[in-house]
Structure formats: structure tokens, C-alpha cells
Design a protein around this ligand. Structure first.
Ligand code: GDP
Ligand code: MG
Length: 597
């Protein structure tokens, strides 16, 4: 065990974690040169396409007689659960800071997570090769943050490999070997998992005590489920079959369990006979596991083709193994059939999950724009949660409405402060504190409604600061809100799927926007179609799509006047009937467009 080191690389997004991991992989000959490609550990198609790390990625390296287990982590706030789970499996972390950006919001956030786990932190300033690198200033910033001398901070270029080897040596020197007892019964912490159609659920584990081999009977202490180990091994970074895993190691177990729902991250795996009521079992405590993250935004996910409902259900349960931070619950909608209401850690998370469902499971989906959860207190004083506008009660039943608030911390170079304050002010929040973070950087702390935060704030912030400002946020509490349900009538018929919850003082604006948008996306019909926005029975905005004239006489040649007349008469009658029935066919693409907001 004293020859093992388990560590993570953490940082703000884009500070060079995956690139540093590349250099480690090369240096340790873990990946042969001809196979090497930039950000090698970003193995998912989606990660390569987007150029960001979404998942944690463990890899085992051999170096000078040591086993080094590295976990590369994502930097974006929506994937923090990946970071916190990685941190619980290791003893130390390299904290990377980009010399052209300095400390950013997730630098601080992720550092706090690492400190909570009592990890040894090795700080390094990266990208020193850049002409615009501010290496000295960044070192001072970081030294102040960590309360260490600047000489303790590494200066590296992950791209060129400068000082990367001495950083790896520091990992061996400074990060302690794992503790644990190989002679005790097995206790393995599940920190990630995935589904394999041959091997069943594959769990990624950190062994705290004991050992485990192929063909052994195992027992999941929380789920109280048994399994048989089909295979053990480690990450090279692809799964590589091994003989045995022992205390202190990081690797995987194929459990043979075929129901994905039985396995959760944070689970403790032990061996079956530890389960019998003997001395061992009495003293065998499950590991503390993880606190489940609370979803903060919700969106509805429906299969485009109603027949795909079962496939979607199956896909969600399998994807959940590999991303335990989303939640799902069945939901039914008149316009869209059966689907799921899903909870996510942020808007990017929602986008990534739906994209994975498309790519990895071949599903075509209709997804609503993410929304927050409102709390309603009715006249009887009863409180309940609302996930969609469809469930909004009659206003006369509502005594009070509450919405979630968040505390936002924005770190920005001083020159962008004015513009950022402008957009922060529009979020209907309140300023808590504005102060210098360093000589050139400000930190702006605000409390804002989560609803306005998730509606494009991140993109605006990046835009006005040319990518230099960064944010982190946490959910605070629920506060009173003045919200109303905006409804939409198409040809006089209420279309529940278009209803929205909006702030009372933005009602007219929103109503106008919605009817205009619908007018643009809804194909014209045989008769003119009024589109109206409605609030509590009062129409506040209106547009009309004019009738489409289909020339029913086009196929007639010559001057058959009576025949032509007859056809036109028939058309008129048909239109009248259609109009009386008020049937407007709304194609699924229109729901999709409106859903996207
Ligand atoms: P991550 O999000 O922290 O994993 O960052 P990546 O490793 O994906 O790197 C983000 C970007 O920074 C990529 O375009 C890298 O090529 C670039 N990069 C990373 N390290 C260095 C470095 O040391 N020097 C330079 N010039 N670019 C770097
Ligand atoms: Mg990365």
C-alpha cells in the first residue's frame, strides 16, 4: 500500500487538467505515443465534440515502482458532483490555475470541496508558456488563497511538459499513501458505475479494506443485494482485466447485476459471507457514502415517437448509473403523451443528459426548457411543490408563492465590472458584497432568484467579459415571489403545453413574445387562426395567422366554369366545418420550438 498514490486534478474549467493528464500518461508510458491524442481522457464523443470534460476519468499509471491512480475531473459547476465523488476516493489533489486567467470561481469552489475531504493540495500554475501568462501574479494570488509561500507553487506548462515530471514526483512525496487494512473484510466504495450488456453493472471502486477477486460472492450493504464478481481490473484508462484488487487500490468490479436500479454511487460493497451474523458483520460498518445532490432545475423529456416510451425508461435507468446526479419521474401530457419530469444540477447538465440519451441510446426526444421548482401555499395553508405550469392551481386557491434563491459569486477582472453589475441588477436580486479579490480582480456576491439565474445569465456573463468572468452559485432558500400563469389559446383552444409561469410585472412582455413566436413557428391553416395570450381569463396579447389559400382549381384546365365554382363552394364549406370544429393540427416540431423558449 505504501507504493500507491491516489490523486485528482481539480481546477476551473479549461485551466488544463485534461492536458496535464495527457503529459502524465506519456511520462508513465501508460498510453503509447502513437495512440496519444489531446485530452486523451475525454473519451466520450460528446466530450470531444464540446471540448469539455463531463465525467470523472480514472486511470492507473506505473511510475518508478509506484502505482499512481489519477482521476481527471470536470471543471464546470454543473458537474461538481463528479468532483466531490472523485475527491472521496483519493488522498490528494493537484490544484491547477491558468496563468492567463488566474483564480476563477470554480478554483475556489473545488478547493473548498477538497479541503472538506482533508486532502493534501499541491498547487500549480499552468500555461506559463503563453506570452500573455501572468505567472508571478497568479502565483501570488494562489499563495494568498492557500496561505502558503509562493515558492511552494509549481510553474508548469501542461502543453509543453515543462516541470510536469517534478510535479508528478511531488505527488509521490507529498500525498500520503492510502490507509486501510487488507486483512479485514472487504469494504469498497462505489464512486461511479456503468452498464455493460455482457457483464451487467460495472462499479468503479476505491477499496478501503480487504480484497476482492473474480468469482467471489459480493454483497451491496445499502441495497442488500448479492452478486458474483464476473471480473475485476483497473483503468488503463480502458478497462483492463486483473487478478485481484486490494485495500488502497482504485479499480472496477463487474457485479453481474442486471438491474441498473439496484446499484447506486456511494454504496459499500463487501463479500457475501460478511453478511452472515457473525462477529465480522456486527463490526462491519458501511462507508459514509455520498450526500445525494439536490436537483435545481427541472425539464420534461418526451419521446418524439410515443412508442419509444419504454426505451426511454430503460435508457434513463442505465444512464443514471453513469450519472447519478439527475432524477426522473414519470409524467403525462395531453399533447405529448407519456414522458418524464427530470431534475438536473443546471441547464448545461440538462443539455448534456438529453444529448447523451440521443447519442448513446439513439432516442429522438422533445425537451422543455429547464425551469425551477416553485412552492405554493394554498388557502388552507398547505404547501406543495410545482414542477410544471400545467399543475398551477387556480389563483383564488393560492395564498403565497415561493421560488428558490441562490447566492452567486462572480469573479471578474476589474474592467468588466460595470457591465456585469448591469446584468446582475436585471436578475432582480440584491447585492451582498462587492470587493477587491486582488489588485486587478473583483468579487461580486449577489443573492438572486434561481429562475433568472438559469435563464441565460452564464452566457451573458461570458459575453460581456470576453470569457474572463466566472461564476459559482449555491442554492439558498425559498422566498416570496409574484408569479402568474400565462396561458395560450390557439384558435380559441387552450394549449396546456404552451403555458408558462412568469413574473407578474413581465407578463405583457412575455405574452407578446410568446404569441409572436408561435405565429412564426405554427404553419398556416385553411382558415385564419387567432393566437392569444391569456391571464386569468383576460386577453393580453394577440396575433393572427392568416388563412392559407389552397388553389383547389389548379388541376382544372380550360374554362369549366361550373365545375370550378363547385370546387370553390366545397372548399368554403370544408373550411367552415374545420373552423367550427376549431381543429388546428399542431405538429410536434412546434411544441419543440416553443419548449426551447
Ligand atoms: P480542462 O478543462 O481543465 O481539462 O482543460 P483542457 O486540458 O481541456 O485545456 C483547455 C485548453 O487549454 C486546451 O485548448 C489546451 O490545449 C489548453 N492548454 C492546456 N494546458 C496548456 C498549457 O500549458 N499551455 C497552453 N498554451 N495551452 C494549454
Ligand atoms: Mg478536462
Amino acid at each position: 500500500m505504501d507504493r500507491i498514490r491516489n490523486f485528482c486534478v481539480i481546477s476551473h474549467v479549461n485551466h488544463g487538467k485534461s492536458t496535464l493528464a495527457d503529459r502524465f500518461l506519456e511520462l508513465t508510458n501508460t498510453v503509447p505515443k502513437e495512440k496519444m491524442m489531446p485530452q486523451f481522457l475525454n473519451a466520450m464523443d460528446l466530450e470531444r465534440g464540446k471540448g469539455i470534460t463531463i465525467k470523472m476519468h480514472p486511470v492507473r499509471m506505473n511510475y518508478q515502482g509506484f502505482i499512481l491512480n489519477l482521476i481527471d475531473t470536470p471543471g464546470h459547476a454543473d458537474f461538481n458532483y463528479e468532483v466531490s465523488r472523485s475527491l472521496a476516493a483519493v488522498e490528494g489533489a493537484i490544484l491547477l490555475v491558468d496563468a492567463t486567467q488566474g483564480i476563477q470561481a470554480q478554483t475556489i469552489y473545488n478547493l473548498e470541496l477538497a479541503k472538506k475531504q482533508n486532502l493534501v493540495i499541491i498547487p500549480a500554475v499552468n500555461k506559463i508558456d503563453f506570452p500573455q501568462a501572468r505567472t508571478e501574479e497568479t502565483k501570488l494570488e494562489l499563495a494568498k488563497l492557500l496561505n502558503v509561500g509562493p515558492e511552494e507553487i509549481f510553474e508548469i506548462s501542461a502543453k509543453l511538459g515543462t516541470n510536469v515530471e517534478s510535479l508528478l514526483k511531488a505527488v509521490i512525496e507529498k500525498i500520503p499513501a492510502p490507509k486501510g487494512d487488507a486483512a479485514k473484510p472487504l469494504r469498497a466504495l462505489v464512486f461511479d458505475s456503468k452498464y455493460d450488456s455482457y457483464l451487467g453493472v460495472i462499479v468503479y471502486v476505491r477499496l478501503m479494506d480487504g480484497s476482492v477477486k473474480t468469482a467471489e460472492k459480493i454483497f451491496l450493504m445499502q441495497a442488500e443485494v448479492s452478486g458474483e464478481v464476473k471480473e475485476v481490473g483497473y483503468f488503463k484508462p480502458e478497462l483492463k482485466k486483473g487478478e485481484i484488487l486490494t485495500a488502497g487500490e482504485i479499480g472496477y468490479l463487474a457485479t453481474g447485476i442486471k438491474e441498473p436500479g439496484k446499484v447506486r454511487v456511494g454504496e459499500t460493497i463487501t463479500i457475501q459471507n460478511a453478511n452472515v451474523k457473525n462477529q465480522n458483520y456486527e463490526s462491519l460498518e458501511p462507508l459514509p457514502g455520498y450526500k445525494e445532490p439536490l436537483p435545481v432545475v427541472f425539464a420534461s423529456v418526451f419521446p418524439e415517437n410515443a412508442d419509444d416510451f419504454e426505451s426511454l425508461k430503460d435508457a434513463l435507468s442505465k444512464l443514471k448509473l453513469n450519472d447519478s446526479s439527475f432524477t426522473y419521474e414519470m409524467e403525462q401530457k395531453e399533447s405529448l403523451g407519456r414522458g418524464f419530469s427530470c431534475g438536473f444540477l443546471g441547464s448545461l447538465h440538462a443539455e448534456i443528459v438529453s444529448e447523451r440519451l440521443r447519442r448513446e441510446f439513439g432516442l429522438n426526444l422533445v425537451i422543455s426548457s429547464p425551469s425551477v421548482v416553485f412552492k405554493i401555499i394554498n388557502q388552507q395553508g398547505k404547501e406543495f411543490s410545482l414542477f410544471s405550469a400545467a399543475d398551477w392551481p387556480n389563483p383564488s386557491q393560492i395564498k403565497e408563492i415561493k421560488e428558490p434563491w441562490a447566492k452567486v459569486e462572480v469573479i471578474t477582472p476589474v474592467q468588466y465590472m460595470g457591465k456585469i453589475l448591469e446584468i446582475l441588477e436585471k436578475l432582480r436580486g440584491k447585492s451582498i458584497e462587492t470587493k477587491y479579490f486582488s489588485e486587478i480582480k473583483m468579487i461580486l456576491i449577489y443573492e438572486v432568484p434561481l429562475k433568472s439565474l438559469i435563464a441565460g445569465f452564464y452566457d451573458k456573463l461570458k459575453e460581456v467579459s470576453q470569457g474572463f468572468a466566472s461564476l459559482s452559485y449555491e442554492i439558498l432558500d425559498e422566498r416570496k415571489a409574484d408569479l402568474v400563469k400565462l396561458e395560450i389559446l390557439v384558435a380559441g383552444k387552450k394549449e396546456e403545453a404552451f403555458a408558462r409561469i412568469v413574473y407578474a410585472d413581465e407578463l405583457y412582455q412575455e405574452g407578446e413574445r410568446m404569441v409572436k413566436k408561435l405565429k412564426d413557428v405554427l404553419p398556416s391553416q385553411m382558415f385564419s387562426v387567432p393566437i392569444q395570450a391569456l391571464i386569468g381569463g383576460k386577453i393580453i396579447a394577440r396575433e393572427t395567422i392568416s388563412a392559407k389559400r389552397r388553389d383547389v382549381t389548379a388541376t382544372l384546365s380550360g374554362g369549366d366554369y361550373t365545375r370550378r365554382r363547385k370546387l370553390l363552394e366545397q372548399q368554403k364549406k370544408g373550411k367552415k366545418e374545420l373552423k367550427e370544429k376549431g381543429v388546428v393540427h399542431i405538429p410536434p416540431q412546434v411544441f419543440l420550438e416553443m419548449f426551447k423558449n
